[in-house]
Each structure stands twice: as C-alpha cells, then as structure tokens.
Design a protein around this ligand. Structure first.
Ligand SMILES: *[C@@H]1O[C@H](CO)[C@@H](O)[C@H](O)[C@H]1NC(C)=O
Ligand SMILES: *[C@@H]1O[C@H](CO)[C@@H](O)[C@H](O)[C@H]1NC(C)=O
Ligand SMILES: *[C@@H]1O[C@H](CO)[C@@H](O)[C@H](O)[C@H]1NC(C)=O
Ligand SMILES: *[C@@H]1O[C@H](CO)[C@@H](O)[C@H](O)[C@H]1NC(C)=O
Ligand SMILES: *[C@@H]1O[C@H](CO)[C@@H](O)[C@H](O)[C@H]1NC(C)=O
Ligand SMILES: *[C@@H]1O[C@H](CO)[C@@H](O)[C@H](O)[C@H]1NC(C)=O
Ligand SMILES: *[C@@H]1O[C@H](CO)[C@@H](O)[C@H](O)[C@H]1NC(C)=O
Ligand SMILES: *[C@@H]1O[C@H](CO)[C@@H](O)[C@H](O)[C@H]1NC(C)=O
Length: 403
C-alpha cells in the first residue's frame, strides 16, 4: 500500500492504493487457434433478437461455407457471406455463437482482435447475457454499426440499475444512465481507433471486462497501448491488472446491484445486418454518409453481390480468455474498508489491518466522515474500482469537498 500526500496551498492531493480488489486472476478458459470453435454453440436460426436480415448458420454449415475458420496466423475468423448474390426478399448468411461455458460475478474476460466487422448495414457485437434473457443482465462489450468509428459499451438489466458517473473513473462518455430502457445505459468510447477501419489500421486492440461485485468495468486499448500485463500473459499465466489504468466505462455497484441483476453469463459473438439499430432509416442514412441509392439498408446492401460490400464484415480474433478471481470468492474480495480520513492534524499516512488511515491538516477543515452519504459513496466506488484513489480536497472557508 502506498500513501502519499501532496500539499499545494490549501489543496491536498491524496493517492491511496489497495490490493484487495486487485487480486490476481487465473485462467478459466482460453479460446484460441484450432480449438477456438469447440467452445461455442452456433445459433443456427434467423435473427429473432435484433431483426437483422441474416440467417445464422449451424456449426457444420458455417465450416462448410468458411464463414468460421482459423486462418494461417492461427486467428479465429467469423464473417458474413461475401460470395453470394442474394435475391430480393432473401437473407444473407452470417454467424452468431454463444459460449458453452458460463461465467459468474468475479469473472474477467479479455478479447484480442485484429479486425472487427464494419461497413454499411453491418452490426457486430461481442456481448454477454444470462440464460433467462432479458432477465439475468446483458453486457455489451463491443458494439458498433455501419461506418461509426467508435465502440459503444452498454448494460441492459431489469429495472433498478443506473449508470452513476463518478468523476475521474472512466474515460468514456456516458450517453444513457437508465440501464433498463431499450437502449441500455450506454457509454461511448472516446479513445481513438476503437471500431471500424481505424481499429483495423491500428492493428486492432484489446477489450477487457471485469464483472465484479463492486461494479462492471470495460477497458479498451489500441494495439500500441496494450498494457504489459496482457502483452506478457499466456493462456496459463495469472493476470495482475494493476497496470490497466482507467477503464473506458465504469458501472459502480453503488447504483446497480450487480449480484442481484447479473446471473451467470455466456459470451456471445455475432454479426447481423440492418435490423433495429443499423437499419433504422434515419440512423442508417446518417451513419452511412447518405451513400445508399435507396436510403433503405436492406435494398442498398444485403441484396445483390456480397463483395466488396461485406469484405470487411469479419472478426479476426487471436484469443478470448476468461479468468476468475484467484484468491477469495468474489463476495469476500468485494469490500475493502474505506480509509478513514480525519483531517484534524498534520499530513501523514498510516496503515493498519488492511486499510489506510490518512491524517491531514487543513487548518479549518471538518472531518470528511461528516461529509454527505453521497460523497462517501462516490469515494467508496472510486476506491473499490481503481484499487487506488486520487482525492483532491479543496479547503474553501471551512468546507472540504471532492473535485
Ligand atoms: C500486482 O502488481 C503490483 C504492481 O507491480 C504489485 O504491487 C502487486 O503486489 C501485484 N499483486 C499481486 C497479487 O501480485
Ligand atoms: C494453451 O495453449 C496451448 C497451445 O495451443 C494448448 O495446448 C493448451 O491446452 C492451452 N491451455 C489452456 C488452459 O487453454
Ligand atoms: C428466438 O428463437 C429461439 C429459438 O427458437 C428462442 O429460444 C428464443 O426465445 C427466441 N428469442 C426471441 C427474442 O424471440
Ligand atoms: C445477381 O442476381 C440478379 C438476379 O437475382 C441478377 O440480375 C444479377 O445480374 C446478379 N448479379 C451478379 C453480379 O451476378
Ligand atoms: C428507467 O426505465 C424503466 C424502464 O423503461 C422505467 O420504468 C423507469 O421509470 C426509468 N427510471 C427512471 C428514473 O427514469
Ligand atoms: C444486492 O442484492 C443481493 C442479492 O439480492 C443482496 O444480498 C444484497 O444485500 C444487495 N446489496 C445491496 C447493497 O443492496
Ligand atoms: C435517406 O436517404 C435517401 C437518399 O439516399 C432519401 O431518399 C431518404 O429520404 C433518406 N431517409 C431518411 C429517413 O432520411
Ligand atoms: C471476401 O472478402 C475477403 C476479404 O475479407 C476477400 O479476400 C475475398 O476475396 C472476398 N470474397 C469474394 C468472393 O469476393
């Protein structure tokens, strides 16, 4: 644990670290190479979820048509049919697969991708869901449509879950807060090259999802920014996530009871076409630069020859890895004690029994412990999430507050 206190005029900056929710993760399942597709069930039916213009193939159909295969680089490829001239009123073949294994709260997933599907009408997703969908929660980790250049993260739950923004805990931009509305509670990625042609040109990247009692957190790193812990990881090594930095999206459990609303999850990869997001006329036009001849997603894209329209409609995935928290069961890893802050004497830091006591001395400050419940909740959420906390206390008159 590390405690530092920096004093500048009447502003105090405290940086606190703890390791309790930064426990090591161990590999639960590794999907990669020739064995990749043995870990998944193929949907084998039409898209009755998002009403896209696709037929999802069975495993044997997918292999025979080479919509799923492992390429020479050893990466799993999952793609839309780009070789069929589809007649009017017919759908195009594509893939939706769901992991055979389920993952409970306390899990962490990493996906390394060198290419994500994109192009007009294309709507891919890497997501997780409970078996009793829409009950049991849904986490949309990678999702984009048409020619958008940014990934969008979202949770979907039954009523009672909200995305609460805590300053300085995510790099993304919150677009919706109520997780039980149709769109879910959406966070837009702000880091560059998270989707589309930019993602591919940058060599792809890695997305990570932590499903924890303290909250749900999603990270994205473009290829050049992947942390050392992941670059040096293997399909058997433990993972220490202390070098991950700030996530793109943070959904702290203070406003969403994760253990109550998220049952065990299965991972899903799919690529649909048009449907209730990519194909909505106004959305389709604006996210395809009004390039279509008819302004209708299906007519402009799905029917007719598949190439070059769907040449970029594929995932290329070196690996997906699922981890579980190594040490104690998730419930026990959840709640490190709040540091107790007593701003009544000089700036020092002490440690005792797993928590940090920080003592600072703004001359006229009142104790932080008397701050509002909301402030303490924000403080706790940051502490839980980051395993470290930067707290800035400005002393104006006699009232300390958080920035
Ligand atoms: C994780 O890495 C950090 C930074 O190197 C280190 O301080 C910490 O002890 C490690 N945690 C575990 C559980 O090994
Ligand atoms: C790790 O990868 C190697 C090489 O492909 C494979 O033989 C082994 O079974 C994998 N281990 C796990 C835990 O998936
Ligand atoms: C879609 O079809 C599958 C298989 O018939 C069925 O189990 C599932 O409930 C359907 N989903 C929706 C949203 O209608
Ligand atoms: C695709 O099929 C339609 C009729 O179904 C035909 O008119 C058209 O010429 C075909 N296009 C190509 C490139 O074969
Ligand atoms: C959140 O969305 C649900 C479902 O649409 C709705 O019933 C509820 O009133 C919303 N809550 C708030 C605070 O807007
Ligand atoms: C969250 O839900 C679980 C299971 O329903 C319950 O045991 C727990 O007390 C809830 N936590 C909070 C903070 O409400
Ligand atoms: C979309 O664009 C087409 C022309 O490409 C136009 O005819 C149509 O009205 C537009 N639709 C919407 C909803 O803006
Ligand atoms: C489909 O797209 C791939 C690139 O992703 C390309 O290599 C291939 O030639 C295309 N297939 C056809 C039939 O054009």
């Amino acid at each position: 644990m590390l405690v530092t206190a920096v004093s500048r005029a009447c502003t105090f900056v405290l940086v606190l670290h703890h390791e309790l929710v930064r426990a090591q993760y161990t590999v639960a399942k590794d999907y990669h190479g020739q064995g990749f597709f043995t870990g998944w069930n193929f949907y084998g039916s039409w898209d009755n979820l998002t009403q896209g213009d696709v037929n999802y193939l069975t495993q044997s159909q997918a292999a025979a048509q080479r919509l799923t295969y492992v390429n020479d680089a050893g990466n799993a490829v999952i793609r839309v049919d780009n070789f069929t001239n589809v007649s009017s009123n017919e759908k195009r073949n594509s893939i939706r697969i769901e992991s055979k294994d389920t993952y409970s709260v306390g899990s962490l997933w990493i996906i390394d991708a060198v290419h994500l599907p994109f192009g007009c009408s294309v709507w891919p997703a890497f997501w997780s869901k409970g078996d009793d969908w829409p009950n049991g929660g849904e986490i949309d980790i990678i999702e984009g449509i048409n020619l958008l250049g940014r990934n969008q993260v979202a949770l979907h739950t039954t009523p009672g879950c909200f995305k609460h923004d805590v300053a300085g805990t995510q790099s993304g931009q919150t677009i919706g807060s109520n997780c039980s509305v149709d769109a879910g509670c959406v966070v837009g990625e702000t880091r560059p090259n998270s989707y589309g042609s930019g993602f591919a040109q940058a060599g792809g990247g890695v997305f990570a999802t932590q499903l924890d009692v303290s909250g749900i957190y999603v990270w994205f790193w473009t290829r050049a920014a992947i942390p050392q812990s992941i670059r040096s990881s293997s399909n058997t090594s433990n993972l220490n996530i202390s070098d991950w930095g700030m996530p793109s999206a943070a959904y702290p459990s203070t406003s969403c009871n994760i253990t109550q609303l998220f049952s065990v999850q299965r991972l899903v990869l799919d690529i649909t076409l048009c449907g209730v997001w990519a194909g909505v006329p106004g959305i389709y036009n604006s996210t395809c630069a009004n390039t279509g001849a008819t302004g209708l997603c299906y007519n402009d894209n799905v029917i007719g020859p598949g190439s070059p329209k769907y040449d970029n409609a594929y995932f290329e995935i070196p690996f997906i890895r699922a981890y579980t928290v190594a040490a104690s069961p998730p419930a026990a890893s959840a709640a490190p004690k709040l540091p107790s802050i007593n701003p009544l004497s000089t700036s020092t830091g002490t440690e005792s029994s797993g928590h940090v006591t920080v003592i600072i001395t703004p001359p006229t400050a009142r104790p932080i412990n008397s701050a509002s419940t909301d402030t303490l909740a924000r403080f706790r959420a940051m502490w839980l999430q980051h395993g470290s906390l930067t707290m800035v206390i400005s002393v104006l008159g006699s009232a300390p507050f958080f920035l």
